[in-house]
Design a protein around this ligand. Structure first.
Ligand code: KG4
Ligand code: ZN
Length: 337
């Protein structure tokens, strides 16, 4: 089965073709970071317009790269939510229309489900069940994945998502949007012993998280200790250490509570090197196995949508012709397939 995947939920246009026999045939991602950087965050209307501009040329490019034409596409998958409504509508309208025109099934995909399945695109994919740490720009959740389509949310951020906290703290440090990766780079030269940031919500039981206090802590530290480059790097380091330590503590707790033997990390912040190191050390200590998507599939991409689409189409999903897009959509509300 050969599936075209389309991702347009936020500020990346991603298109890919996944083949159940041959694996991923081609994928392209076009980032809008430069468009939104002057505004310090994603401007929804600009995002929608850029998806309109980029989607069809990217589709053509992917079809050529995959040596595929409409006659050998067996299904079309598009991100149906959660995300920015205008951005989602671009991918949903194009995806559903192509499926109609090519007379193949079309399926709307839950963006977080696709992130969770991204490690399946790697040469040694995890088996079900597993624990998932989902750390993206919009969501931070610990999820027990019992099998494909069965997701139990164990805990989540009560305020900012991890990626959002990275981006907001990066902005305080004067770094352009999206600042997460730039903050991580700055942290490399920071002194880990100068500041000690709190590990929010680790002193009480439970698996929920909170990151907005860390951003405020960064602001106060900056106000008290000055804005020189060394101080900024030290703050970046202390912030990153605190986020990573907090996530590792919560993963440790979730593994203990569930008894799960596999742990996957997905979402944009999953690209963070210090987080990967922290999770790998935890996995060694707990004698469980950790899995990660390749770096380019941590952030938004079409490959994870094509793969999730393949899994849903294999389970005979075929949405009605009226396409749907849901800006808010809980993972626990999706159909088990
Ligand atoms: O999953 P994603 O591409 O988009 C959403 O679905 O939200 O995640 C994007 C987020 C941004 O907040 C970005 O700053 C963050 O992931 N990010 C990182 C790193 N790479 C991306 N944060 C920390 N360290 C990184 N290396
Ligand atoms: Zn995402």
């Amino acid at each position: 089965m050969r599936v075209l995947g389309i991702e347009t939920s936020c500020d990346e246009t991603g298109v890919a073709i996944y083949d159940s026999q041959q694996g991923l045939l081609a994928h392209v991602v076009s980032s809008q970071a430069a468009i939104h950087a002057p505004y310090g965050g994603v401007v929804p209307e600009l995002a929608s317009r850029d998806h309109v501009r980029k989607l069809l040329p990217l589709l053509r490019r992917v079809m050529t790269q995959a040596n595929t034409d409409r006659s050998n596409v067996d299904g079309v998958a598009y991100t149906a939510g959660p995300g920015l409504i205008g951005a989602l509508l671009v991918g949903a309208a194009v995806g559903r229309s192509l499926a109609y025109a090519w007379n193949v099934p079309g399926v709307g995909i839950h963006h977080i489900e696709a992130h969770l399945l991204a490690p399946m695109l790697e040469p040694e994919p995890p088996c079900f069940p597993f624990l998932a740490l989902l750390v993206s720009g919009g969501h931070t959740q610990l999820i027990a994945v019992e099998q494909f389509g069965h997701y139990r949310i164990l805990g989540e951020s009560l305020d900012d998502a991890a990626g959002e906290a990275f981006d907001k703290t990066a902005s305080l440090l004067g770094l352009p949007y999206p600042g997460g990766p730039l903050l991580a780079k700055l942290a490399e030269s920071g002194d880990p012993n100068r500041f000690n940031f709190p590990r929010p919500m680790t002193d009480r039981p439970g698996l929920d998280l909170s990151f907005s206090g860390l951003k405020t802590h960064a602001l106060y530290t900056l106000q008290r200790h000055g804005q020189d480059p060394t101080t900024k790097a030290d703050i970046a380091r202390a912030f990153e250490e605190a986020v990573v330590a907090t996530l590792v503590i919560k993963c440790d707790r979730a593994l203990k509570e569930t008894g799960l033997q596999r742990l996957i990390v997905a979402g944009g912040v999953g690209a963070n090197r210090r987080l990967r190191n922290g999770i790998s050390k935890l996995a060694l200590r707990r004698r469980v196995r950790a899995y990660y998507p390749r770096i380019e599939f941590c952030t938004d991409n079409g490959a994870m949508i094509a793969y999730a689409g393949y899994r849903r189409l294999q389970a005979h999903a075929n949405d009605p012709l009226a396409f749907f897009a849901k800006p808010r959509w809980s993972l626990s509300a999706i159909e088990p397939s």
